[in-house]
Design a protein around this ligand. Structure first.
Ligand code: ADP
Length: 295
């Protein structure tokens, strides 16, 4: 099974003609509240593809928490490992411009309660998983804890190091693969963005100990650096992007579904690409993800 450990957020989305400048007030569209958060998104993406998925995370005792729970469950994701905290459900304030680009402010709220203690409490949920998938929207100490646990127990560990933050060496050594976009890759390597070709960044991440690496390149597609150092590339589908919110998460969730069904990284890139291409053509994060029969 796949266990996704991570964030669940309510996405509060307003469409605007352009991004507001500092001190400026803009008038936007009606507010749309949709289920999001990188962890929940990835779990839903994998669940909709028919994978056996459990989500471990934390929401508040509020309407947004109910929204997240319903979305996960209707995608077939098990939520027994989802705790309710004394803090509000995490939320993301998102503005989307006509080109489909977004700007986001995240309030972690209950995601801050996804601690190593909570992991220990829910050990039964993840200890027999085939693959554990995490991201950077929960405390870093929890990522470190789970990377060590997975290494010890021989559970495959996938880290999507987003939002961009450094990845300690012992965490990197557990990643199979580490999944990052170009910005995140440069940050983890420790070079300025655009200082190196993506394949070079990928090789450097492998040199630093990652077991394998996947770098997503937006409309340019993606590449993987396999454990033996081979680089494979996969083009994106040529589609018109309406809303790229959660595209990277769709990619990661679909990759996990492919890996959990025994496919190799190349096939996982292919499925990630197909699912992300659908996601960018529809609005919302989880709301934009396809079921297997829609592919
Ligand atoms: P993130 O949003 O995490 O930075 P990317 O922008 O790299 O992630 O997108 C992840 C994947 O989604 C890409 O590898 C690609 O397959 C797909 N994708 C993103 N933008 C587009 C686009 N405009 N057209 C087609 N596919 C896209």
């Amino acid at each position: 099974s796949i266990v996704v450990i991570g964030s669940a957020n309510a996405d509060l989305v307003i469409e605007v003609d352009r991004r507001p400048a500092g001190g400026e007030t803009l008038i936007g569209s009606d507010l749309v509240i949709t289920p999001g958060g990188k962890g929940a998104n990835q779990a839903v993406a994998a669940g909709l593809l028919g994978a056996d998925v459990a989500f471990v995370g934390c929401v508040g005792a509020d309407g947004n928490g109910d929204l997240l729970r319903r979305s996960l469950e209707s995608a077939g994701v098990r939520t027994a490992g989802m705790a309710t905290a004394d803090r509000p459900t995490g939320c993301a304030l998102i503005v989307v411009t006509p080109d489909g680009e977004n700007s986001i402010v995240v309030s972690p709220g209950a995601n801050g309660r996804v601690t190593p203690d909570l992991m220990a409490e829910h050990e039964a949920e993840w200890s027999r998983a085939f693959i554990v998938v995490m991201q950077h929207e929960v405390p870093l100490e929890t990522v470190t804890y789970m990377a060590a646990q997975c290494r010890e127990r021989g559970v495959r560990f996938v880290l999507n190091a987003a939002p961009a933050a450094d990845v300690p060496g012992d965490v990197l050594a557990a990643c199979d693969p580490l999944v990052v976009n170009e910005t995140e890759a440069a940050l983890v390597v420790g070079v300025p963005a655009d200082a190196a070709e993506p394949a070079e960044l990928g090789r450097q991440l492998l040199d630093r100990g990652a077991r394998s690496v996947v770098i997503t390149l937006g409309a340019q597609g993606s590449l993987a650096v396999l454990p033996d150092g081979t680089v494979v590339t996969h083009p994106a589908e040529r589609v018109t992007a309406v809303d790229t919110t959660g595209a990277g998460d769709a990619f990661v969730g679909a990759m996990a579904a492919a890996l959990a069904s025994g496919q190799n990284i190349e096939h996982a890139l292919a499925l990630g690409t197909r699912v992300a291409a659908v996601a960018v053509q529809r609005r919302g994060a989880q709301a934009s993800y396809p079921r297997r029969d829609e592919l």
